[in-house]
Design a protein around this ligand. Structure first.
Ligand code: GLN
Length: 309
């Protein structure tokens, strides 16, 4: 059968099984199997696929039709243009989280520029030219695959990232991802700020220029209603935010200011309907500036940002 027909049949089987992006996944699985990109696939669409190819392809299609996420079959997900290894122990990085990282990177860059300008002024032209501003410290809580912290370390100049997670398996994968993307990240295991507190032991509390997180934020009662790919294959501890989905935000807002420098940023991904609740939670602490809510590319509330007062 022609490659074009093979892929059409793959798409048909996937959509029959209820897979959302059946056409895309049918092509992705072919490319994964052949180790080629979409351009090569496009050029080869009229060629005959041999029996071996057919067999191997339909095996992959069967797997995906059983609602195993595409990324668990291919083992990876692209995020911010970088490759991340993923698996059942971590949340697959989502596109909407790129908005969080893009905004964070913009803030870090602007602040660096500003700091450089101030040094330039205060130290005289020549000295200012050769002394760069101090590195910016970022804490990524609930890092999972490491996508947020690793991307920031890649994109921003002179950022030192500490990333924490409660899951040893997630940290192991995040370490691999940092290595593969050639960045140095400090990984700490523990429950939110507990991970940072554990390494302080009598020392001065560590502080950061930015705390960033995409914590679990789905209401417990809604987990069962998620797509099969998510509810059956992604780690529930990366999704479940408690009865109203806000457990982690309450804990983060209550403690983040202790670990932030003055004017330091708190940046969180939120569910599309959690903006107002987050505003309340943050206001109530009295520790931060008025929170600002930003939207994702679909126009839904997705990010909250504020600074330590
Ligand atoms: N956005 C994720 C989803 O759609 C949830 C991520 C989270 O809970 N942090 O499943």
């Amino acid at each position: 059968m022609k490659t074009r027909v093979l892929i059409k049949e793959g798409e048909y089987r996937l959509s029959k099984a209820g897979v959302k992006d059946a056409a895309i996944d049918a092509e992705e699985l072919y490319c994964f199997m052949k180790g080629c990109d979409k351009v090569i696939l496009f050029l080869n669409k009229e060629q005959e696929a041999d029996k071996e190819t057919e067999k191997e392809y339909f095996e992959l299609i069967e797997k995906r039709a059983s609602r195993i996420p595409l990324q668990h079959i291919t083992g990876k997900q692209e995020f911010m243009g970088f490759d991340f290894k993923v698996g059942p122990d971590v949340l697959i990085p989502r596109q909407e989280t790129e908005v969080l990282v893009t905004e964070a990177a913009k803030i870090l860059r602007d602040e660096r520029k500003q700091a450089a300008g101030e040094r330039h002024k205060s130290r005289g032209k020549l000295f200012g030219l050769f002394s760069s501003p101090p590195e910016q410290k970022v804490l990524d809580l609930c890092c999972g695959s490491g996508a947020i912290g690793i991307s920031l370390a890649k994109i921003c100049e002179d950022v030192s990232v500490t990333a924490t997670d409660i899951s040893e398996a997630a940290l192991a994968l995040a370490r691999e991802n940092a290595k593969a993307n050639r960045v140095e990240i400090e990984f700490l295991k523990g429950d939110l700020f507990g991970a940072v507190a554990a390494v302080e032991k009598g020392k001065r509390i560590r502080s950061f220029d930015m705390i960033i997180s995409n914590p679990p934020y789905i209401k417990s009662s809604l987990i069962a209603l998620l797509q099969n790919e998510v509810k059956d294959h992604e780690p529930v501890e990366a999704l479940d935010g408690g009865s109203d989905g806000l457990d982690f935000y309450r804990r983060i807002a209550a403690e983040a200011y202790r670990y932030l420098d003055n004017d330091g940023w708190l940046m969180l991904e939120i569910g599309y309907d959690q903006g107002e609740s987050l505003r309340e939670i943050i206001r109530e602490t009295g520790r931060y500036t008025e929170p600002e809510i930003l939207k994702d590319l679909a126009g839904r509330d997705r990010i909250v940002k504020c600074r330590k007062l």
